[in-house]
Design a protein around this ligand. Structure first.
Ligand code: MG
Length: 134
């Protein structure tokens, strides 16, 4: 396990990655924190990573309040200093690593990626399907 994440920017999605969100319930409505989210955020911060929460939500002050209330450490929401330093577009958060419940990692092989994409199911959605079939 790497012991140093110094200088690495880790972009982390909010809904269904930090906060439970099996289905959209509206502006400012958040689920409970996902097990070990706090643990992982604390480790990343301890290891020197810069943690950026990225979300399509517009209610950023409410997301910030949620993070604070639940003791979830982070550096920025929807902002990466690298976008400014490298004069990049602000349409995508610049990061070294993206953690997202809707992500498929591209590892240089398009046929595998294509199969993962067409078979993709969100993890919280999978839980719902299991619950219904029981
Ligand atoms: Mg999400």
């Amino acid at each position: 396990m790497p012991t140093d994440m110094k200088g690495k920017i880790v972009a982390i999605d909010f809904d269904s990655t930090i906060s439970h969100c099996p289905a959209w319930k509206g502006v400012g409505v958040f689920g409970k924190p996902i097990v070990n989210a706090k643990w992982a955020l604390e480790r990343l911060k301890d290891m020197g990573a810069l943690v950026v929460i990225y979300t399509t939500r517009r209610e950023i002050p409410l997301v910030a309040a949620y993070m604070k209330e639940n003791d979830l450490p982070y550096d920025y929401i929807n902002f990466s200093p690298r976008n400014v330093e490298q004069k990049l577009s602000d349409k995508k958060i610049a990061a070294d690593i993206y953690i997202d419940d809707r992500n498929i990692a591209f590892r240089g092989e398009w046929k595998d990626t294509f199969l993962e994409a067409v078979n993709f199911k969100r993890w919280e959605k999978k839980d719902q399907e299991k619950a219904i079939s029981k």
